[in-house]
Design a protein around this ligand. Structure first.
Ligand SMILES: *Cc1c(COP(=O)(O)O)cnc(C)c1O
Length: 379
């Protein structure tokens, strides 16, 4: 039985294991400084004057960004529809209402035109938008300069869900540093992992202090336990921060390896009618290509998304349809949506392919051979 080729698996080499073992030997892992060191390392990597607060997950980062933006019961929050549910769920935690926005075809992210239309329409209807959550999906930066300009124009806080895009840039600037808040994830399937963890990228020291305060049960400054606000248990564990710090050392290597996978897919689909590999629209964009994705035009290709998925599955290779948009998810079906059918069409025609940074040549050959089989069948 061949081993299963996964979509995106954790990648820990001897180097990071050694870095981590040394931290354990020095007992550094059990020390709070470990969290500070991880935060410093992220800050240097992002090449910005933003402050970093490490948390237990990316989801908790989005939740805290909403709390810090003053999102309360009954407020409206705008969110990209084409994303993972974790981008949206925290809106519901706050008792607020998500308003979904369609994608555009260049980056598959929030359409700036639909965004501005929605904001104007909500204002006309007497509603107050408290925050905007934009996502850099599959590692591809959104049209972030246009989104930032709209958020500024209407004075709405912008939260960048950068869970999939650590290492990606737009015009040379790192994703996660454009908005009022950026959110990172160190979940096991992301480009680097702490086997659970996340971070909130904040604008300044006082925001960071407030984030830490909320993430550690909102304890007032008193000798006894005293609370004037509702807090959360959202701080990262020092042990996991050690793993995360070790992985920061190989982040750029992982970006190179994932981009190489994307190159590989461009190569094998180059002359195949009806299949396009998702890649940067122009040189302003640099994607970490966290996942490599394709769109299949059934009329031209003669087979559809499911045909490829099932062929790969038969050959013990994991693949998955693109995100099912939030506005057509049963749990969010009653929410408002602005846009057309871009996100729905992506879901219908798109497939994510194995993209791990530890994919071997043999793995890639197996994927290519499996696809070749399908092409021959349809000749
Ligand atoms: C993974 C992911 C998250 C959530 O991160 P966790 O660390 O798993 O909580 C949020 N948004 C997107 C787009 C993601 O892919």
């Amino acid at each position: 039985m061949k081993n299963k080729i996964l979509l995106s698996s954790p990648h820990f080499d001897q180097f990071e294991k050694d870095v981590y073992s040394n931290m354990i030997i020095d007992k550094e892992c059990f020390n709070k400084n470990n969290i500070n060191n991880f935060e410093d390392r992220i800050k240097i990597y992002l090449k910005s004057n933003k402050e970093i607060c490490c948390l237990s997950s990316g989801t908790s980062g989005i939740h805290l960004a909403l709390v810090l933006s003053g999102v309360k019961n009954g407020d409206e929050v705008i969110c990209q529809s084409f994303t993972f549910s974790a981008s949206v769920n925290p809106i519901a935690y706050q008792g607020a209402k998500p308003i979904f926005i369609d994608s555009e075809l260049d980056t598959w992210n929030m359409c700036p035109i639909a965004l501005e239309y929605a904001i104007k329409d909500r204002i006309c209807k007497g509603k107050k938008i408290k925050a905007i959550i934009v996502v850099h999906i599959y590692g591809m930066s959104a049209k972030i300069d246009q989104i930032v300009a709209i958020a500024k124009k209407y004075r709405i806080n912008l939260i960048e869900d950068t869970a999939e895009a650590l290492g990606s840039t737009y015009k040379g600037q790192k994703c996660g540093t454009f908005g009022d808040y950026g959110v990172l994830s160190f979940n096991a399937n992301k480009i680097i992992t702490a086997f659970g963890g996340g971070a909130l990228v904040c604008t300044n020291e006082s925001e960071k202090r407030k984030a830490i305060f909320l993430a550690t049960q909102a304890r007032d400054d008193a000798p006894h336990y005293q609370h004037s606000e509702i807090g959360f248990n959202y701080r990262i564990s020092s042990v996991l921060a050690g793993l995360g710090r070790a992985q920061m050392e190989v982040l750029d290597k992982h970006v190179t390896l994932r981009r190489r996978n994307n190159q590989f897919y461009q190569e094998i689909f180059k002359n195949i009618d009806g299949i396009t590999v998702f890649t940067e629209p122009n040189s302003s964009y640099f994607s970490n290509h966290w996942l490599s994705c394709i769109l299949i035009d059934e009329k031209k290709a003669g087979f559809n998304r499911e045909d490829i998925r099932l062929q790969l599955k038969k050959d013990t290779i994991e693949s998955r349809p693109l995100w099912k948009p939030m506005h057509i998810q049963p749990v969010f079906k009653d929410c408002e949506f602005y846009g057309g059918t871009v996100a729905e069409t992506l879901f219908e025609k798109g497939l994510c392919l194995p993209s791990s940074s530890n994919l071997t040549n043999n793995d890639r050959e197996r994927v290519a051979a499996s696809i070749q089989k399908l092409l021959l069948k349809n000749k």
